[in-house]
Write a protein that binds this ligand. Structure first.
Ligand SMILES: [Zn+2]
Length: 298
C-alpha cells in the first residue's frame, strides 16, 4: 500500500520546451492491453491488431512524455507515477515482431499464454473469423522469456471461467500454471482472465494457484494499492493514434463506453451461464458443440 500523492505534477521537457500537463498521475497505474502486433488480420479482427510501425509510434509518444514501460508484476512491485505496464493477450505468433520494438524502447512487458493452445490456433476467436490465427510454440515462448518478457497465464483453454463449475475452473487455472513451469521453467505470477470475465470464485482460485495478480479488461486505469486480482486495463487498438496515448494513460478510456459495459455485465453473464449449461447438456447427449461467442476480447 502506498500513500496516494497530490495530483497535478507537471513537467517541461528542456529540449523541446513542450509542456506536458498531467503526465504521470500519482496513484494510478495505466496498464495497456494489446493483442496482435501485425498486419494480417481479417476485417472483423483488424481493430484488435496494431501494426509494428504504429506500435513503435505509440510507445515513442509515451517515452517522449517521460514514461517507462514494464511488465505487470514489475509495475505492481515498484509503483511509480511514470510507469506504464504493457500486456499482450493470447501469445499470437506475430508477437515475435513486437519483441525487437520492445527491446529498442527498453520496455518490459507481460505476455499472457493460453497454454492448451500453444503451437495451435486461436480457436476461441471463431466469431471474429480469426480461428486460424497462429499461437506461438513453446520454443518461441522460451525465446520470449529469454528476452526478458514476463510470461503470464491466460488460463489453459481460454474458457469463460466465470460460468464454469468450481472444480473445472480450478483445474483450468492450475493446469495452465503447471504447464508454464514444466515447459518454460516459469512460475508465472500474473494471470489474465480469458475474455476479461471473473468472479469472486475465479479470483480466489487464481490466488490459491499461486498467482499474485489478475487482470481484466476494465477500460480504466488501475488504482495503486487496490485489489491486484482486479487490475483494469486500457485497450489500445489500430485506431489509437500516437497523439492520443498520453491522454489515454492520464484520463483513461471513454467514460460512456465504460458505463455501458458495466450495465450490461450481469445480464450478459446470466446469458453465457445458460448457454454453457445448454452446451453441456447437448454434449452429455453427444450431439452439440460449444459456442464460443463473446462480448469482450481479452
Ligand atoms: Zn484472450
Amino acid at each position: 500500500m502506498r500513500v496516494v500523492g497530490l495530483r497535478g505534477e507537471t513537467t517541461s521537457t528542456e529540449n523541446t520546451g513542450s509542456y506536458l500537463p498531467n503526465a504521470g498521475v500519482p496513484g494510478y497505474l495505466p496498464v495497456l492491453m494489446y493483442h496482435s502486433i501485425g498486419t494480417s488480420a481479417s476485417r472483423e479482427f483488424r481493430r484488435w491488431q496494431v501494426g509494428p510501425e504504429l506500435f513503435t509510434d505509440q510507445l515513442a509518444a509515451l517515452s517522449e512524455a517521460g514514461y517507462r514501460f514494464t511488465g505487470l508484476s514489475d509495475a505492481l512491485d515498484n509503483p511509480h507515477d511514470r510507469t506504464i505496464a504493457l500486456t499482450f493477450d493470447d501469445a499470437f505468433h506475430d508477437f515475435s515482431a513486437a519483441v525487437p520494438v520492445l527491446q529498442a524502447a527498453g520496455a518490459g512487458a507481460t505476455l499472457y499464454v493460453p497454454t492448451a493452445h500453444v503451437g495451435g490456433k486461436a480457436t476461441w476467436l471463431a466469431d471474429y473469423a480469426e480461428a486460424d490465427l497462429n499461437i506461438m510454440s513453446w520454443a518461441e515462448l522460451r525465446a520470449v522469456a529469454d528476452a526478458g518478457i514476463e510470461i503470464g497465464s491466460h488460463g489453459h483453454e481460454h474458457a469463460e471461467l466465470d460460468v464454469r463449475p468450481d472444480d473445472e475452473l480450478r483445474r483450468d487455472i492450475s493446469t495452465s500454471r503447471a504447464m508454464l513451469i514444466d515447459q518454460l521453467g516459469v512460475a508465472a505470477r500474473s494471470f489474465c482472465y480469458p475474455f476479461g470475465y471473473h468472479t469472486f470464485e475465479v479470483r480466489s482460485a487464481v490466488a490459491a494457484a499461486g498467482f499474485t495478480s489478475g487482470c481484466e479488461v476494465g477500460y480504466r486505469r488501475h488504482r495503486t494499492g487496490t485489489d491486484p486480482f482486479a487490475v483494469g486495463r486500457l485497450i489500445v487498438t489500430a485506431d489509437t493514434r500516437p497523439e492520443q496515448m498520453v491522454e489515454l494513460v492520464t484520463r483513461g478510456q471513454n467514460d460512456m463506453i465504460t458505463e455501458l459495459r458495466r450495465r450490461t455485465r450481469t445480464p450478459w453473464r446470466a446469458y453465457r451461464a445458460a448457454r454453457y449449461r445448454a452446451a453441456r447438456l447437448r454434449a452429455s447427449r453427444s450431439t452439440g458443440s460449444r459456442n464460443a461467442g463473446s462480448q469482450d476480447l481479452a
